[in-house]
Design a protein around this ligand. Structure first.
Ligand code: ADP
Ligand code: MG
Length: 384
C-alpha cells in the first residue's frame, strides 16, 4: 500500500501535480504517506484548475516543432510554474495545511516530446521557480532517469497502482484513460509480475476531432459520437497502425497519435460525416484498449478505470462490449471510486507517491514495465 514505508521512513505529507496529454489542466492532490496503511482518508485534498486558454494554446502549439520554439517553451514553463503555485496555495488553504508541513511536491510537468527510442523525453516545467514560489521542495523530471537506463520512461504509475490496487487473490488491471490510455496488469498476489504499458489513444483523438468540428473541448459523455455510425474501412485503417501491434513494454504520445495521423488515414476514404468519424474514433479507442487487455492480461477478473475518459459514457459502453468479445473470461469494469479513490485523483496521487519515494531514496520505476536496466530513484530535487 502507498505509505507503507520501510522502517527508516516516517509519515509525511506530499503533493502531486499532474497535467497529462489531454492538456485540460492540472490536478493536484495532497496526501499523507508513511503511515501504516493507506486509506482513502490519506488523501487530504484534491483540486483541479483548467489551463488558462492562452497557456493551453501555447502548450498545444509546442507539441510540434515551430519557429522560436525554445523561447516559447521557456515562457510556457514559467507560466506553468505560476499555475502550479497558485494551485498549491489553493490546496493548502482548502486543507488547512502550511507549506512548511509538506515534505515535497512531485511536479510531472507537461510532456511536449516523448522519444525514448532516441534517448529522450521532455516535460516542460520550471521546478526551481516553483520551489521559489511555493516554498516547498520540488521533485521533477521523473522520466529521464528511466530513459537513461534504457527504459521507455513510461508508464511510471504501475508501481503505485500495484501498491494501491494489488490484491492477493484477485487478478486486477488498472486502466487510466487520459489523453493516452495506459494499463497496469496486476495478477493476483503479483509482486514482481506487475506489467504496464500504453495501449494507444485515450481521449486525444476524440478531443481533437470535436474541437475541430464543434469547437468544444471534449464530446460530453460521448453524445456526439453516439449519434454517428462506425465506418468499418476507416476503423480498419486506424487499427492497422504498426505501433499498436507490438507487445509491451511500449509507450506513446501525441508525437504519434495526433490530428495529422488521423488526417492521413482519412485521406484514403471518401468524405465522411464528422459524427461518423467521431463514432469510429470511439470504437477505435475502445478496441485498442480491449485488444490489449485480451492479448496481455489473460484471466483478468476486474478492470479498475480512472482518468477523464471514464466520464465518456459512450466510450465506456463500447469498451464494455468490446471487452466481452476480446476476453476469454468475464471481466468486471469498475471505477477507481469503487475502491475509494475518485478517478481524477489517481494520477496526481501517483506523482505525490513518486515524490515521497524520491525523498526516501526509494526507486519509483518497475524495470519489467518500462524496460529499464534496473530500479532507479526517479526525479531531480529542488530544495525549498
Ligand atoms: N464529461 C465528459 N465527457 C466526456 N469526456 C470527458 C468528460 N470530462 C472529461 N472528459 C475527458 O477527459 C479528459 C481529461 O482527462 P485526464 O484524465 O485529465 O487526462 P490527462 O491525464 O491526459 O490530462 C478531457 O480532455 C476529456 O477528453
Ligand atoms: Mg488532465
Amino acid at each position: 500500500m502507498p505509505g507503507t514505508g520501510s522502517p527508516s521512513t516516517s509519515a509525511a505529507l506530499c503533493i502531486g501535480l499532474m497535467s497529462g496529454t489531454s492538456l485540460d489542466g492540472v490536478d493536484a492532490v495532497l496526501a499523507l504517506f508513511g503511515a501504516q496503511t493507506f486509506t482513502p482518508q490519506s488523501v487530504l485534498g484534491h483540486h483541479h484548475v483548467p489551463f488558462p486558454a492562452e497557456l493551453r494554446a501555447a502548450l498545444l502549439a509546442l507539441q510540434h516543432s515551430g519557429p522560436d520554439e525554445l523561447h516559447r517553451a521557456a515562457l510556457a514553463s514559467t507560466a506553468l510554474a505560476e499555475v502550479y503555485a497558485s494551485l498549491i496555495a489553493t490546496l493548502l488553504r482548502q486543507t488547512g495545511k502550511t507549506a512548511g508541513e509538506v515534505l515535497a511536491v512531485g511536479a510531472h510537468g507537461q510532456t511536449v516530446r516523448h522519444r525514448p527510442e532516441l534517448g529522450y523525453t521532455l516535460q516542460l516545467n520550471a521546478p526551481a521557480r516553483l520551489a521559489e514560489l511555493c516554498g516547498i521542495t520540488v521533485v521533477a523530471d521523473f522520466r529521464s532517469r528511466d530513459v537513461a537506463a534504457g527504459g521507455q520512461g513510461a508508464p511510471l504509475v504501475p508501481a503505485f497502482h500495484a501498491d494501491l490496487f494489488g490484491d492477493p487473490t484477485r487478478h486486477r488491471a488498472v486502466l487510466n484513460i487520459g489523453g493516452i490510455a495506459n494499463i497496469t496488469d496486476l495478477p493476483a498476489g503479483s509482486g514482481q509480475a506487475v506489467r504496464g504499458w500504453d495501449t494507444g489513444p485515450g481521449n486525444c483523438l476524440l478531443d481533437g476531432w470535436v474541437q475541430t468540428h464543434r469547437q468544444q473541448a471534449y464530446d460530453a459523455n460521448g453524445a456526439w459520437a453516439a449519434s454517428g455510425r462506425v465506418q468499418a474501412v476507416l476503423l480498419g485503417s486506424l487499427l492497422a497502425e504498426p505501433w499498436l501491434q507490438g507487445p509491451p513494454p511500449k509507450s506513446t504520445g501525441r508525437d504519434l497519435f495526433n490530428m495529422e495521423w488521423l488526417a492521413a488515414r482519412l485521406r484514403t476514404g471518401g468524405v465522411l460525416r464528422p459524427e461518423d468519424v467521431q463514432a469510429t474514433l470511439v470504437e477505435f479507442t475502445a478496441r485498442c484498449i480491449a485488444r490489449d487487455i485480451g492479448r496481455f492480461c489473460a484471466g483478468v477478473e476486474e478492470v479498475i478505470v480512472c482518468g477523464g475518459g471514464i466520464l465518456n459514457g459512450h466510450l465506456m459502453d463500447r469498451l464494455a462490449t468490446t471487452l466481452l468479445n476480446e476476453s476469454s473470461t468475464p471481466v468486471a469494469l469498475c471505477s477507481s471510486a469503487d475502491h475509494g479513490l475518485p478517478p481524477d485523483e489517481v494520477e496526481a496521487l501517483a506523482f505525490a507517491w513518486l515524490a515521497w519515494r524520491h525523498m526516501n531514496d526509494l526507486p519509483g520505476n518497475l524495470p519489467a514495465v518500462t524496460g529499464a536496466r534496473g530500479l532507479r530513484i526517479l526525479g531531480a530535487r529542488y530544495p525549498a
